[in-house]
Design a protein around this ligand. Structure first.
Ligand code: ADP
Length: 784
């Protein structure tokens, strides 16, 4: 189980961390404690030594003071001076005893100038010669003395305090106080023993005179210098005693420098251990107190405490491990649950539920796992569904492929059928009198019938593979625009193109042909072939031209008599041939009106033939169409007013001036507007609009008049055609206006068309290229 492994890992980790820090703590505590205890011990000893030194100082001071008091006692002074003359020794001794206060001192005695004891509290001293004694020698020179000496006879140590006895300026003797050494020992006994392994009183030579350990008494702290050794022999201070050295050389050498307490760390060469010692001078006396710190007790104490701390740390580590292990087990339980959950999911059990119970991220993770598993299940289901659908689709596709295959087979057979059909078509048109070619989708001739040869002169087989309408054959006589338009109609728009084309025979003879090119599409709507049918209409054209010329000539010829008739009618009506009666006036008026119509007709015919003949002069100038329209409306104003019609003019604001022949285009507006006026009832509305769209200017003339019946709409631009509804109304007209308008618009590279509904109204539109119409030289102008 992961949780157990983790548990062990974490517990081990924590245990090592705790143990490590525990050990560090033990070490630090040990260090700190030993330092602290040492410090405390040093402080303690320090204060103990201070205390003992001040006790000793006080003790020594008492003794030296006593010696001074005794030395200044007048009776003693006199006694010593007179050499037993003043007082009896018994009295003096008695008096001395009175001075011997307490148990501190062993004896007080007075020594005469010669060194002989003259009086003493201790009778054994009486009459003894102490002239060799250091205390006598010093005091007799006038100096106070305080020191230790070994008793000559008693061999016991005594503390001697001597003061010179003066009679005036003369030193007459010495007063000596011998202090009891027990006092010092008692003091040492009282001293705190725990912290000190030893306490020693040392004289100015560095010789131990009192100690808690007897074995060190009369031993010097270290080797005594030769100088001092000489002095010691002279003074004979420790008469007959062999003085051995202790291993504290550094202290003995340093002794004269010691004043206040000083700490020493000395390597004890005997025990091979380092020892700490504190040395302090006692007041102004030549004595020193030396305290030895009990290091073993410190180390023991420290070790003891270290052991305790170590044990506590060990116990803490152990308990902490148990505790941590329990907590981790508890904390890792959700992790174990998570593991179980994820394993279930992994095994494909996507319905597993989250059983992790905790209030942390683990529960969230569990929830996420559960949601993930749900999502997975959902996706899995969806996927299965998709796979099912795809499988079904694939099956379907396989089936449809089968049917496509069938369809392809059918198409192939269709293609074969088409080829068969083509063959049949070829056979049918082989002997037709019209020139018929079949091209592929790119316009390359794949078949030409017999008539092609007879009409164009090109061998029908030489045409194969060549482009129809090309200069190589009979074509290429028209403008590039014409051929582009033709190609667009049949190839892109896939529509039939009808038109007239100028061609050239192999012999070089030009001819006009009426052509019709039809695209043949397959069932996908793609162009497979083009079928072109041409008929040489040069003859018809010639005949037509003949007709036009005839009309033109006759119309021209008619103009003169018609003008004369108009003139005579006006003269008759004016009474130039005598006043006409009512009937005569009416007849002549009718003649005049019919004559006028005849003139209109003739003018129209003339204009048409002028346009059609191409002899008309096109005089293009920049023209404002708005002004032109307004001009036409002014001309028609009477007629419009007569019928109370409303005229609305909407001209595109930024309409540029256009390069056209205003006389020709005026004719178009005039016809369309007069038609709107004629074929709209009284009170009707006429709307004239001009807009610009891309490269074209579009003019629109609309009315809400009688309209054009559906059956007449296809013939409206034919010559002399007038719709039935209009014929019934017997309005004036020739049926040539729209024909002329169309001829002018188309000769100006524009288009004209209309929309009409009988009884509702009619709208005519015509376009002019914004680039304008090229000027054209000719022989005649319109209405000339
Ligand atoms: P006309 O006006 O002299 O008859 P057009 O060539 O101008 O000759 O017009 C031919 C015919 O077209 C008219 O007779 C009329 O039937 C029809 N037509 C032309 N314009 C209109 C119009 N705005 N409303 C109704 N019919 C019209």
């Amino acid at each position: 189980m992961i949780s157990k492994r983790l548990n062990t890992k974490i517990t081990a980790m924590m245990a090592s961390v705790i143990t490590f820090f525990g050990l560090v703590t033990v070490f630090l505590v040990h260090m700190f404690l030993s330092q602290k205890i040492n410090l405390n011990r040093v402080e303690l000893i320090q204060s103990e030594i201070n205390h003992q030194s001040s006790n000793l100082n006080r003790l020594f001071m008492t003794s030296i003071n006593l010696a001074n008091i005794v030395a200044t006692d007048k009776s003693f002074v006199a006694y010593v001076k007179d050499q037993k003359k003043t007082l009896e020794v018994g009295e003096i001794n008695e008096k001395l005893v009175n001075y011997n206060l307490g148990n501190n001192n062993l004896a007080i005695y007075l020594i005469g100038k010669n060194g002989i004891t003259l009086a003493s509290t201790d009778q054994s001293f009486f009459d003894q010669d102490y002239s060799f004694r250091q205390y006598f020698k010093k005091a007799i020179t006038g100096t106070e003395y305080a020191d230790v000496n070994l008793g000559v006879t008693s061999k016991k140590l005594g503390y001697y305090f001597a003061s010179p006895i003066k009679s005036g300026e003369e030193i007459v003797g010495v007063a000596v106080v011998k202090m009891n050494p027990e006092v010092v020992f008692n003091l040492f006994d009282e001293a705190d023993n725990a912290s000190m392994s030893d306490l020693m009183l040392v004289d100015n030579f560095g010789i131990v005179v009192a100690s808690k350990q007897e074995g060190v008494i009369y031993k010097s702290l270290g080797k005594i210098s030769e100088d001092n050794m000489g002095k010691l022999l002279t003074e004979n201070k420790y008469y007959g005693i062999e003085i051995n050295a202790l291993p504290y050389q550094s202290i003995i050498d340093d002794l004269p420098e010691v004043n206040e307490s000083k700490k020493y760390n000395v390597m004890n060469t005997d025990s091979d251990k380092s020892e700490d010692l504190i040395v302090k001078k006692i007041g102004n006396f030549n004595f020193y107190l030396v305290g030895k710190i009990n290091n073993t007790s410190v180390v023991g104490e420290v070790n003891n405490m270290g052991l305790k701390t170590g044990l506590t740390v060990f116990m803490t580590v152990f308990l902490a491990m148990v505790f941590i292990s329990t907590i981790i087990n508890k904390q890792l339980k959700p992790l174990g649950d998570l593991l179980i959950l994820s394993r279930k999911i992994l095994a494909g059990d996507l319905d597993s539920k989250n059983s992790v119970k905790s209030n942390d991220e683990l529960a969230e993770l569990g929830q996420t796992l559960e949601t993930m598993s749900e999502t997975l299940k959902h996706r899995y289901d969806e996927l299965e569904k998709i796979v099912e659908e795809r499988t079904a689709k694939l099956t379907e596709q396989a089936e449809s492929m089968e049917s496509t295959k069938l369809a392809v087979n059918n198409i192939l057979s269709d293609v074969e059928n088409v080829a068969v059909d083509l063959e049949k078509f070829k056979m049918a048109v082989e002997n037709a009198s019209d020139h018929i070619v079949i091209t592929d989708a790119e316009g390359l001739i794949i078949y030409a019938n017999k008539a092609v040869e007879s009409i164009t002169g090109f061998s029908r087989y030489s045409c194969i593979g060549k482009k129809a309408g090309n200069k190589e054959l009979w074509g290429g006589q028209m403008t590039l625009d014409f051929y582009k338009k033709l190609w667009k109609t049949i190839k892109i728009d896939k529509k039939v193109f009808d038109g007239e084309v100028n061609n050239i025979k192999k012999s070089g003879q030009k001819y006009v042909a009426k052509i019709s090119v039809s695209p043949v599409l397959n069932n996908k709507g793609e162009v497979m072939y083009f079928v072109g049918i041409e008929r040489d209409i040069t003859r018809e054209k010639d005949v037509d031209q003949g007709k036009t010329d005839f009309i033109y000539l006759t119309s021209h010829q008619l103009r003169t008599p018609l003008s004369a008739m108009k003139w005579f009618c006006e003269m008759l009506l004016a009474g130039d041939a005598g006043k006409l009666n009512k009937d005569q006036t009416e007849f002549v008026t009718n003649i005049s009106l019919s004559n006028m119509r005849m003139i209109d007709l003739v003018n129209s015919l003339l204009n048409i033939s002028r346009i059609e003949s191409g002899r008309i002069i096109v005089d293009s100038i920049p023209t404002d169409l708005g002004v032109l329209i307004q001009d036409v409306l002014t001309e028609l104003d009477n007629k419009i007013k007569e019928k109370k019609q409303k005229v609305v003019v909407n001209i595109f604001e930024d309409l540029p001036k256009i390069n056209i022949d205003p006389k020709l285009i005026r004719e178009v507006y005039k016809n369309l507007l007069s038609n709107a006026n004629k074929y709209t009832q009284e009170g009707g509305e006429i709307i004239v609009g001009v807009t610009k769209q891309d490269e074209e200017i579009i003019s629109q003339i609309s009315d809400n008049g009688f309209g054009i019946p559906v059956q007449g709409q296809s013939k409206i631009f034919e010559r002399f055609y007038r719709a039935e509804n209009i014929l019934k109304l017997e309005t004036e007209g020739t049926g040539l206006g729209l024909y002329l308008a169309k001829a002018i618009v188309e000769s100006s590279k524009g288009k004209i068309w209309f929309k009409s509904e009988e009884g509702k109204g009619t709208s005519f539109w015509f376009t002019l290229p914004t680039s304008g119409v090229k000027a054209h030289d000719g022989q005649v102008t319109i209405n000339s």
